[in-house]
Design a protein around this ligand. Structure first.
Ligand SMILES: [Fe+2]
Length: 447
């Protein structure tokens, strides 16, 4: 008899054998133990199979959770990229409108800014409605905005009897089958109005809550962008005042700093500096001599050689400029470049005798371009030199006064432009301040 047969319950020992045979008794006992062992084994196997099945379920659930987490993380990352894109380069209103259409299932819509605080009411974004956003809001849209001013409740119209007190929507493009209009509130003030329309089916309370929620986020985002713009404008005004003060002090340098800044930017690009370093280079070039507003005109414009004490006063402009710029928080990273723009590559410059890479790269760039600009310009104490002479001087002093790599790049940039002066380089006029404020380049205009 096989082991398989015994496991299926067939007797191992025949039943018609004498029951008092001691050998048979032992064999029966063994058979009983064997069967019990088989039963235990089967029970154990079934238990293990149940555990295994449960483990498989757990593994599958864990994989499902992992996939859902990954999808959620991917979705969040995509949303953050959208927000980042909008803040840096895009259109906040268009994105908000798209989100509202997607979440409510509506097929057409508009985003209108409210026209409070003396601003004109404007359609900022539109989907599926002819003429907008270029055209001013119609009288119907004006009425919607006025109705929503000062209240939190959205307007829902699913059938023609609802809100019949509103003016008729004369343009055919605004003849909606149904619509939902919600206020965008900022600190209880009406910031804008979102209108979504032509939803298959009807708008309901959930749609209204969704629009209110998205609208509140939109208002905060718009406010943040406005604050950023105001902050940047305030800093740019400060820089402008500083630059004007410097030029008013020394008419010989009029326009010089803008030229130095543009050429410094070209060198920075050739050196593949990042956005933050580029901004430091441009502003350091623009403001490198700002400390001269603390040095007397008589010394600055003295035609002859300077006495040692006068030379020390002129040299103090780097420290004065550094201290002045430190008082403008966003420009603080520029201060070191201003302090060291008269250091020499071989360590024999001032104020600290830094050498080589110890000198901030922005200061090394300004040093080269400033020297070139000074050579080709007329000053109170000298006539202008020609471009070829100035180039030769830069090459001669590369490795002693100037960083040779920067001289090479500057001469290459000059060759590219093929001119001895700085005119006609208007493409480089704009200097981004955003990197010093921790912002990406700002393109979004929110008014
Ligand atoms: Fe200087």
């Amino acid at each position: 008899m096989s082991e398989d047969q015994s496991a299926k319950g067939m007797p191992i020992m025949p039943n018609d054998l004498p029951s008092n045979d001691p050998v048979l008794s032992v064999l029966h006992e063994a058979e009983s133990r064997y069967r019990a062992a088989v039963d235990d084994l089967q029970e154990e196997t079934q238990a293990r199979e149940v555990e295994l099945a449960a483990l498989r379920v757990q593994i599958r659930q864990a994989r499902d959770r992992e996939r859902q987490e990954r999808e959620r993380a991917d979705g969040l990352a995509a949303a953050l990229r959208d927000v980042h894109q909008v803040i840096s380069h895009g259109d906040l209103y268009a994105l908000i409108l798209q989100v509202c259409l997607r979440l409510t299932g509506a097929t057409r819509g508009l985003y209108i800014t409210a026209g409070t605080h003396g601003c004109t009411r404007r359609v900022r974004a539109a989907v599926g409605i002819e003429g907008y956003p270029q055209s001013p809001p119609s009288s119907w849209l004006d009425a919607i905005c006025q109705r929503l001013a000062g209240q939190d409740n959205p307007l829902i119209r699913n059938r023609s009897g609802d809100h019949d007190d509103l003016p008729l929507s004369t343009p055919t493009s605004e003849s909606f089958q149904n619509f939902l209009a919600a206020p965008v509130l900022l600190l209880r003030d009406l910031h804008g109005v979102i209108v979504v329309a032509d939803k298959p089916g009807e708008f309901d309370g959930d749609d209204a809550q969704t629009l209110l929620h998205v609208g509140s986020q939109a208002a905060v985002a718009a406010e943040n962008i406005q604050l950023r713009q105001k902050l940047q404008n305030a800093y740019l005004a400060t820089v402008s005042v500083l630059a004007d003060a410097m030029e008013a002090k020394d008419p010989y340098t009029q326009g010089h700093c803008e030229m130095v800044s543009r050429y410094a930017g070209r060198i920075g690009r050739r050196l593949a500096l990042d956005a933050r370093q580029m901004t430091i280079v441009r502003y350091a070039a623009l403001l490198h001599d700002i400390g001269k507003i603390g040095v007397s005109d008589g010394i600055l414009n003295k035609p002859g050689p300077l006495l040692p004490a006068e030379r020390d006063l002129v040299r103090s402009h780097v420290r004065l400029g550094h201290d002045l710029i430190l008082h403008v928080p966003a420009l603080a990273p520029v201060a070191d470049a201003v302090l060291h723009h008269h250091e020499w590559y071989d360590g024999t410059g001032y104020p600290d005798g830094l050498r080589g890479a110890e000198i901030p790269v922005a200061a090394r760039i300004v040093c080269v371009v400033d020297s070139y600009g000074a050579m080709i310009s007329r000053r109170s104490y000298k006539e202008a030199y020609g471009g070829p002479y100035a180039r030769a001087e830069l090459s001669r002093c590369a490795g002693t006064q100037f960083d040779p790599e920067i001289v090479d790049n500057f001469l290459a940039a000059l060759d590219e432009i093929d001119t001895e002066d700085f005119d006609g380089d208007r493409e480089d006029d704009e200097i981004e301040l955003a990197p010093l404020l921790g912002f990406e380049k700002e393109h979004t205009e929110i008014t």
